[in-house]
Design a protein around this ligand. Structure first.
Ligand SMILES: Cc1cc2nc3c(=O)[nH]c(=O)nc-3n(C[C@H](O)[C@H](O)[C@H](O)COP(=O)(O)OP(=O)(O)OC[C@H]3O[C@@H](n4cnc5c(N)ncnc54)[C@H](O)[C@@H]3O)c2cc1C
Length: 324
């Protein structure tokens, strides 16, 4: 391997969403000279949204603009940004080893995993085009835009019921569409849902088609198919919230750090420390509850500070410059 293909760093950060970039800011300011691998989606999930109105300090900002500013701040601090994807990692000993798609190898004394998660979508025609134009996977992020409007939520687990309940704070009417005849959500959530006069549940049904407004600019209705009868029904809807789960991007780390049954990385209480000393996890990759830019950024900060403390207590395992 040529020297140009081998990098060594005190802190490797995988992921360039709010968690990764915030870890980079704190890592750089702690003089750890971090290397950050951006992955296939530089800037992370906020790159695929438009309006963000809950990032402190910005009453309104476009997701891609916010992430461009974070990237500029990180570059300005001298962080090495690598436009590549981590293909495999070896966390069995320090320095940890990461191999990139390009074949380059990074050896790192500490690691922050900030690879995020992706929402599951229904896979319907028009769904992608209408994202941010009525179709969403995050009521906390977008519910506010649906004041006095009609919205449909798809799903039957706790997330779906929580999204539906949250949306009752804004929407005139919330219709929950679920493909079974009972919900998986816990009893308390179900009781709150059934008690809300704004909520109707459509059982044993699936969303079959999305209808856009005449100018094509936003969602107008969802077409729902009743599974037992096959009959379809049109529900006028300004918003569709898809709440059928998320997939954390943790395949790389399976078998190497402890995860829960859904593949989220487990961390110690009040900490981003994983089951592997020197490996920290921040953002949506370890959080199935809040899933926000600001909480991810907060965890990125924690992870870099914890990495700095870890490194202060652990000498470099091998002198930098030794062979990979
Ligand atoms: C449409 C939409 C709208 C949203 N709106 C809001 C909002 O208004 N307000 C809000 O607070 N939150 C919002 N969110 C949620 C918010 O975007 C996420 O909570 C946040 O981006 C999570 O940050 P993260 O850094 O943990 O991960 P992500 O943003 O998911 O970033 C993950 C990063 O990891 C990288 N990566 C993954 N695998 C690899 C690999 N193998 N090698 C290298 N890199 C890798 C990716 O390229 C990406 O850069 C929205 C989400 C979506 C999808």
């Amino acid at each position: 391997m040529s020297a140009s293909q081998l990098r060594q760093t005190r802190l490797l950060i995988i992921g360039s969403g709010p968690a990764g970039y915030t870890a980079a800011i704190y890592g750089a300011r702690a003089a750890l000279a971090p290397v950050l691998v951006q992955g296939l989606q530089p800037g992370g999930q906020l790159m695929i949204t438009t309006d963000v109105e809950n990032w402190p300090g910005d009453a309104h900002v476009l997701g891609p603009d916010l992430m461009a500013r974070m990237e500029a701040q990180v570059r300005g601090l001298g962080v090495e940004l690598v436009a590549d994807v981590v293909a495999s990692v070896d966390l069995s000993q320090r320095p940890f080893r990461a191999e990139l798609d390009s074949g380059a190898v990074i050896r790192a004394e500490s690691l922050v995993i900030a690879t995020g998660a992706t929402a599951r979508w229904l896979g319907l025609p028009e769904e992608e085009r209408l994202r941010g134009r009525g179709v969403s996977a995050c009521a906390t992020c977008d519910g506010f835009f649906f004041r006095g409007k009609e919205v449909v939520v798809v799903g039957g687990g706790n997330s779906a019921v929580e999204e539906a309940l949250f949306l009752t704070n804004f929407a005139a009417r919330v219709t929950l569409v679920h493909r079974r005849d009972h919900l998986r959500a816990d009893r308390t959530n179900q009781a709150r849902l059934f008690a809300s006069p704004k909520v109707e549940v459509v059982w044993n049904a699936v969303v079959e088609r999305l209808e856009a407004t005449a100018d094509g600019g936003s969602l107008a209705a969802v077409h729902v198919r009743d599974l037992p009868s096959g009959a379809t029904r049109r529900l006028a809807a300004d918003g569709l919230f898809v709440a059928i789960g998320h997939d954390p991007a943790t395949g790389l780390f399976r078998g190497q750090v402890e995860m829960d049954a859904d593949g989220y990385i487990l961390t110690r209480p009040d900490s981003t420390a994983t089951s592997v000393p020197g490996v920290f996890a921040a953002g949506d990759v370890r959080d199935k509850v809040f899933r926000q830019a600001v909480t991810s950024a907060g965890m990125g900060c924690m992870a870099a500070l914890e990495a700095e403390r870890f490194l202060a207590g652990h000498a470099a395992p091998v002198p930098l410059g030794a062979a990979a």
